[in-house]
Design a protein around this ligand. Sequence first.
Ligand code: ARG
Length: 559
Amino acid sequence: MKQEVISALSSTGLSKSEIESLVEVPKDENLGDYAFPTFALAKKLKKNPVEVAKDLAKNIKSNEFEKVEATGPYVNFFVSKKILAERTLPPIQFQGDKYGSSSLGRNKKIVIEMSSPNIAKPFGIGHLRSTIIGNSLAKIASFLGYTVTTINYLGDWGTPFGKLIAGYKELGNEKKFKKDPIKHLYDIYVEISKKEEYEKKGREWFKRLEQGDKEALRIWKLFKSVSLKEFDEIYKMLTVKFDVISGESNYNTKMDAVLEDLKKKKLLKESEGALIVDLEKYGLGVSLIQKSDGATLYVTRDLAAALDRKKEYGFDRMIYEVGAEQKLHFKQLFKILELLGYSWAQECVHVDHGLYLDSDGKKFSTRKGKTVFMKDILEETKELAREEIVKREKVPKNEREKRAAAIALAAIFYGDLKNNRVHDMIFDLERFLAFEGDTGPYLLYTYARAKSILSKPAKYQGNLDYTGKYSLDYDGVEKKLLVKLSRFPEIVVHAYNDLSPHIIANYAYELAQLFNEFYHSHPVIGSDNELFRLQLVFVSSQVLKNALSLLGIPVLEKM
Ligand code: ARG
């Protein structure tokens, strides 16, 4: 319905996009469904904003609005019930799962790097945020017609692995490794972290690894294969997929080319035997490119990876979904690419996120001095969900398991995505799992409730041909719900422009609240307005489903 408001304002002489950015949704419903502040226009016209609002309101003659009113420096639009129903219901009914999608991104390619855990370590909670947010951004971008390639860029190269090889050679135990490889490697890692001597041994083993030493490679491959197996299980539980699994090790052989390029463009400097790029001028410190022993670094591999991706995917935009603690790293990386003369450095973005905090406000991953294992968290969440299901209803085991998995996923994903990603957030499973309040299970429950109404015998038989058959006899609560539904397409675009899934998450919650308000105060089946209300229930469930699916949360038809 926003489009109707925008066209009504075309007589102002402002451009469509100017108007679009100015039109707002008033907080107070008495001020209409949309409002247009006149300050900018008044300034242009050198007139008083209140006068401008009055004039505009008087001159907009359109049967698309019930009324158009000036209130102070605002023009308030009340959309007509007939138009609202006619323009909102059919698109949702006909487009179904595609409602809200568009071809905005047609012919545009986007690379989204996400998750990117480090091998030979448990998949920690630290990489969960990147996985969840990256997954949602990828879904939003695809929904808007972009061609998306998701890349999981594993941390599988660097001195830490030299260190772990050294530790494994000395402390490795085949039996323990067989039983739970990641746990065993983690124990070794904890052990060697306490000992100074492994620093040197680690550097030596990493050097051997970089030079292609057979024994070093054999052990490294072992680490990698057990890690991939473990990660795979977790991604399966999270229902997250990647188009490409890559990793830092892929770029080991491309270091010389990067060094050459940097040298040619006179960016490399020697410093105590090491090679650096000096970025002091830009307030970005110094970036270490090669250590004095010849070992390359994280940023060196990232440079090679970026060049390679540009060649391979020809992206129009590349998103790195990585924690805020790496802000400086990405600023340096993008700066160096720019200094190398790659104008597409402008198209690279670090989409950062804050930390998960424990309920006491401390960093979650160091709870009780231990790493929190993702697998345990997922199991724990599922168990809590199971308990909740059993409390409510007796269901067969396979149905119970299906529901527990879906509820656990909704709890964790929504618990994260409802927050603005740049903020730190408290990771509180009990709260995430509540069936009431601003939670994933509440949204799933709302969806299932709507579906259960639709499954009851009614005159509504799923017939989609409603054109011209809309009841106009609906009230304020129903209107609010319809207006909300009509906004979904704008919301998706907004979420993409801000690279902020929480815009969709918050929308889903507000929609569920409006739906529940309607449901509690309006009988559907058997009411005088049954057909219209069933339509409203159907489209509400559809839009809620679409919103959740953009967050990576599959719905349950029954709950
Ligand atoms: N593996 C890294 C870590 O856990 C994250 C990788 C981020 N991506 C990148 N291109 N540097 O810290």
